[in-house]
Structure formats: C-alpha cells, structure tokens
Design a protein around this ligand. Structure first.
Ligand SMILES: O=C(CO)COP(=O)(O)O
Length: 254
C-alpha cells in the first residue's frame, strides 16, 4: 500500500509575513493522518518553515536544487544546504524550470542525482505541452523525460523518489486533466518503471499536478495509480491545501 503524498509548491509567491501565517495555519490544521503532507516554500522562507514545522506532521521541501555540490556557482543552493534546513523533498524538473530556465533532461537528471546523493527525496516532474498532446506524442515525451533520469541514476534511485505528472497545459490554467487522462499517464509511468523493476514500480508514488483544487482532488485521487498531488495555486490557501490532504487521506482508506 502506497502512502498518499500531497505537496504544496508555493512557487515565487508571498512575503515573509504571509509565508509564516500560511505555515502556521497548515501546521495547526494538519491532523494526524495516513497522508504525508509537505510544503515547498521559496528558499528564503525555509528557515521559518523549519522553525514552525518542527515537531509537527508537516514536512519541508524545496523547489529547486543545484546539480553541483559546492563552489563558485553564484546564486545556487546545494542539496546539503537544503539538508541543513531539514528538507526531506526537492522538486526537480518542474516545467517552469524546463521551459523558462532552459533545464534539459540531462540537467534534471543531474539535479535528481545531486539530491539523492544527499539523502533528499527528489520529486521528479514530467509532463507534455498542449501541442505535444495534440500531436499525440504524450507517451514519447514522458518516456524521454523519465528515461533520462532512469538511465543516469538507475532504477534503485527511484526507491526514495516521487514522480509528479504535471501536464503543462493544466498548470495554473484551471484546466485540470480528467481523472481518466491522468490515470492513463500514471499507469504508463508505472509500467515504464516496472520494465526496470516491478517492486520499485509498485511502491513508487506517482502524484498529479495541474489545477488541483479542493473540489476536484477526491475524484483524481480515487484512481488506482494517482497517489496524491503536487499543488500550486491551491496550496497558497491553508483551508484548500488541508482539504486536498484530507481527500488524499480518504482516498487511501477507502
Ligand atoms: O505547477 C504546479 C505544481 O507544481 C501546479 O500548479 P497549479 O496547481 O497552480 O495549477
């Protein structure tokens, strides 16, 4: 049985004041449940996250990590620095990083490995653009993104990892993938990992991201291969985020 996982990706939003308030509200509202809940605030608020989440159910993650370990890399933050702030997770390969900051499949694979080397759990994002879906190449695109990491890191690196399927056309658009569309891709991702190792594939948590809201989370999480969500906009509101966590918890106990 896979433990459901819901992670909030705050992206570049908020201020120290709103971040602190949101962290406090999430920590207070999180009831002990089967669902693992994480938030990924901007780097500069991780220290507040560490202080506020200490001793609570809430887990911390980061939104990005350097592929390098240390040195003259102005503006970068290493995996060991994230460890210093008790981050358990780090997002790698988000489509905004791939699309806006030119991260290639190879860069993403190196970041995945840098995180794993330090014992951080990578949340590897994969997903197709609208154009790619319309050209009917979704499967090839996701296979390519996944294979870049599988080939570089090896399937055993997926024991601690999470894969997030985030169709680019569903991110921040209000246009959620239907539960059927998402389930089909999740099953395909699991089947691809199973080609390398059945047991690892069976235990791998594959979460969905792209306009997940309190109102549509339950039907997505009810699908057999959807093990939770990576939440953007709705994670900036404590009640919405907590309600999504509760949906993941209920789905897993049904
Ligand atoms: O990109 C996302 C999470 O990483 C999804 O963002 P939205 O939930 O705002 O669509």
């Amino acid at each position: 049985m896979r433990q459901p996982f819901v992670a909030g990706n705050w992206k570049m939003n908020g201020s120290r004041e709103t971040a602190t308030e949101l962290l406090e509200d999430v920590v207070q509202g999180l009831v002990s449940s089967h669902c693992e809940a994480a938030v990924c605030p901007p780097y500069v608020y991780l220290a507040d996250g560490l202080r506020i989440a200490k001793g609570s159910e809430l887990v911390l993650g980061a939104q990005n990590v350097s592929e390098e370990e240390s040195g003259a890399f102005t503006g970068e933050v290493s995996a060991s620095m994230l460890q210093d702030f008790d981050c358990r997770y780090v997002i790698v390969g988000h489509s905004e990083r791939r699309g806006l900051f030119g991260e290639s499949d190879e860069t993403v694979a190196r970041k995945f490995m840098a995180a794993a080397r330090q014992g951080l759990r990578p949340i590897l994002c994969v997903g197709e653009t609208l154009e790619e879906r319309e050209q009917d190449v979704t499967e090839q695109v996701i296979r390519r993104q996944l294979d870049a990491v599988l080939n570089a890191a090896g399937v055993h690196a997926f024991v601690e990892a999470v894969v997030a399927y985030e169709p680019v056309w569903a991110i921040g658009t209000g246009q959620t993938a239907s539960p059927e569309q998402a389930q089909a891709v999740h099953a395909m991702i699991r089947a691809r990992v199973a080609e390398a190792d059945d047991t690892i594939a069976d235990r791998l948590r594959i979460i969905y991201g792209g306009s997940v809201k309190a109102g549509n989370a339950a039907e997505l999480f009810a699908r057999p291969d959807i093990d939770g969500g990576l939440i953007g906009g709705a994670s900036l509101d404590a009640d919405s985020f907590l309600s999504i966590c509760e949906s993941a918890n209920s789905a897993s106990t049904q």
